[in-house]
Each structure stands twice: as C-alpha cells, then as structure tokens.
Design a protein around this ligand. Structure first.
Ligand SMILES: NC(=O)c1ccc[n+]([C@@H]2O[C@H](COP(=O)([O-])OP(=O)(O)OC[C@H]3O[C@@H](n4cnc5c(N)ncnc54)[C@H](O)[C@@H]3O)[C@@H](O)[C@H]2O)c1
Ligand SMILES: O=C(O)C(=O)C[C@]1(C(=O)O)C=C[C@@H](O)C=C1
Length: 303
C-alpha cells in the first residue's frame, strides 16, 4: 500500500504532500514518477471508481488512499486533478472548501478553456491555480496502464491565468521537468485551437473510419479484420482510446473542434472532386506537401 518517497535526487522533495484526484493512466503515471524520484514527502489518491482505488493501493502508487476528495486534498501542497474533463465541476465543488491556503491546484486535462471555466470558480483566494496538459498518452486507461516514463521528451503545456504567482508555475514546471518533459506556457484558448487540429480531429477521424468499417456488411467486416495490416490498424489503436475521456474532450472543446471539422470537410470535398475529375496533379501536390510535414515532425523529435 505504500510507495516510499525518498528525497528527490540531489535535494529535498519538491512538495510536502501531493494529492491525486483520479488515478488512471495519467494520474498513475505521475504518481509513479513522483514515487520513483521522491518528489513528495507523502502522496494520497482518490478516485470515483472503487476498483481504481483498490488497484492503486495494491500497486503502492501513493503513500495513502482516501475515500473522498475532501479527505484527499486536506493538507495537500499540490493537488493534481486527473479525471475526465466532464467531472471537473463536481471535482471543483468537492475540493474547493478543503484546499489548504498556499496550496497549488493543477490538472492534466486535454482541454484548457473548460478547465478554467469549471475548476476556476472553486479555487479560493490564496490558492494557486496552474492548469496543465501533458501531450503524451496511450489508448489504455486505468492505474495499471500508467508508467513513469510516459512524459519523457514530450511537451507539457501550462495555461496559468495571467496574475498567477510565477513561483507556483515554476514548481509545477519542475515536476514535469523531473519526468523529462519540455514546458510551454500558453493561453487556454490558443491551446484548445492547436490541440483541436493536432489531437482532437485525428481522434475523431480514427473513430469515424473504424466506425464506418464496423458498419460494413458482415463478410466485408471479416475481411477488414483479416487484412488490417498497416494503415487501418494504426487507426484502430487511436479508436480504442477511452470513450468517456474523448466524449468529454469533444463536448468541452466544441467551438474549436467544429471549426476544424468545417475546414477538414471542405478539404475532403476538394479531394473528392479531384478524384472524380481525374485531377492527379492536385492529389500529388497535396501528398507531397503532407510528406514534408511528416519529415519536419521526425526531424524536430531528433533535434
Ligand atoms: N489518456 C490520454 O492519452 C491522455 C493524455 C493527456 C491528458 N489526458 C487527460 O487526463 C485526464 C485523465 O485521463 P486518463 O487517461 O488518465 O483517464 P482514466 O480513465 O485512465 O482515469 C481517470 C480517473 O479519474 C477518476 N474519476 C473519474 N471521475 C471522477 C470523479 N468525479 N471524482 C474522482 N475521480 C474521478 C477515475 O476513477 C479514474 O481513476 C483526462 O482529463 C484526459 O483528458 C489523457
Ligand atoms: O498517443 C496517443 O495515444 C495519444 O492519443 C496521446 C494524445 C494525443 O492526441 O497526442 C491524446 C490526448 C492527449 O490529450 C494528449 C496526447
């Protein structure tokens, strides 16, 4: 049940006590990182799913587990909200009155304007609010799916409100840097527009392609499964991502996602037209440009 919290390499732990609200893929990955590097004097987690809480205790992900959000956050120096974004209002209401003065509240949600909207009103005066989003994940969920190295060499975007104490931002950044992440500070609205194209639309497309294949007549469906060696298989990984998490992402980044779907639909229609009229040069042009993007992403990763 316990994860010994040795001091962080080269000095004292970054935080006295860290509380995790939600201990699934992302919460448990962070809890493993904190335990491995001794980034907190003590840790506690809570989760609405009793099975997750039992697994967290069994795996020794935190020093303690707590049955309620109120009990988990009491006395915590850092509170990390790691639930689906749709739960934020309820989580905020449950934790707000019990937060310690001077504590920092952060989160890992994939949408940032909704974080400010739903958690923000419950952060009392004297408590620091530093929303965050690690651009790292997998298609798996739950405490068993996490691993401490998930965030290595990945970006973590922080979206603190303009008047936030820079010392609080630095402390949250230090936690992510300990896990090997690179930090970018962004406005929440800008974050949501960028992620709508780089993460949310790709997931929507994957869900659509796999959904279309699932609706095919039985004999075709069997062949899809049999011959899905490469392209389609990659889409099925993304389309296996957590249904509740992704329902909440789309419902809470509605405007940016709808705008990007509109542009995507126009581009798809242009391609449809090029295929219909045999305009090979248009197809080749686009496919050449997209190849350049792939190379730029690979080069940026290697730099
Ligand atoms: N999965 C990814 O690839 C990924 C990547 C980056 C960020 N995120 C974000 O991280 C957050 C968590 O995602 P995850 O993949 O770890 O999900 P998960 O399903 O693995 O875990 C979610 C946890 O939250 C708990 N929870 C749900 N509602 C709750 C409530 N009302 N009160 C208390 N606990 C509650 C669950 O019991 C569970 O322990 C989401 O906001 C998601 O957008 C996910
Ligand atoms: O690699 C994956 O499985 C992911 O989908 C990770 C991914 C992404 O789209 O890049 C998914 C959601 C997040 O909020 C951040 C990261």
């Amino acid at each position: 049940m316990t994860a010994d919290s040795a001091p962080a390499a080269g000095g004292a732990p970054l935080f006295g006590r860290i509380a995790f609200i939600g201990i699934g893929l992302i919460g448990s990955s962070l809890a493993r990182l904190v335990a491995e590097q001794g980034l907190a004097g003590s840790t506690v987690c809570t989760a609405s799913d009793p099975q997750h809480l039992a697994e967290a205790a069994e795996l020794g992900l935190t020093t303690e587990t707590a049955p309620t959000i109120a009990q988990a956050v009491a006395g915590a120096d850092l509170v990390i909200v790691a639930t689906p974004v749709g739960a934020y209002e309820a989580v905020g209401a449950a934790m707000g009155p019990h937060l310690k003065p001077g504590a920092i509240v952060t989160d890992v949600g994939s949408v940032k304007q909704a974080t400010v909207r739903d958690l923000g009103p419950f952060i009392p005066e004297g408590v620091h609010f530093v929303p965050g989003h690690p651009i790292a994940g997998t298609e798996h969920s739950g405490p068993r799916a996490g691993f401490a190295d998930l965030f290595r060499d990945r970006w973590c975007i922080l979206t603190p409100p303009p008047a936030t104490d820079p010392a609080a931002v630095d402390k949250v950044a230090a936690l992510w840097k300990a896990g090997g992440s690179m930090i970018e500070i962004m406005d929440p609205g800008h974050h949501d527009r960028v992620l709508a194209i780089t993460s949310h639309l790709p997931h929507l497309i994957a869900y659509t392609i796999v959904g279309t294949a699932t609706d095919l007549e039985e004999h075709l469906k069997q062949e899809v499964i049999k011959f899905s060696a490469s392209g389609f298989r990659d889409f099925t990984r993304i389309a296996a991502s957590d249904p509740v998490m992704w329902r909440d992402v789309f419902l809470n980044n509605r405007e940016a996602v709808l705008e990007i779907i509109q542009r995507f639909t126009e581009d798809l229609t242009a391609l449809q037209r090029a295929i219909r009229w045999g305009e090979g040069d248009k197809l080749e042009d686009l496919f050449t440009r997209t190849r350049t993007i792939r190379r730029a992403i690979i080069d940026a990763r290697q730099a």
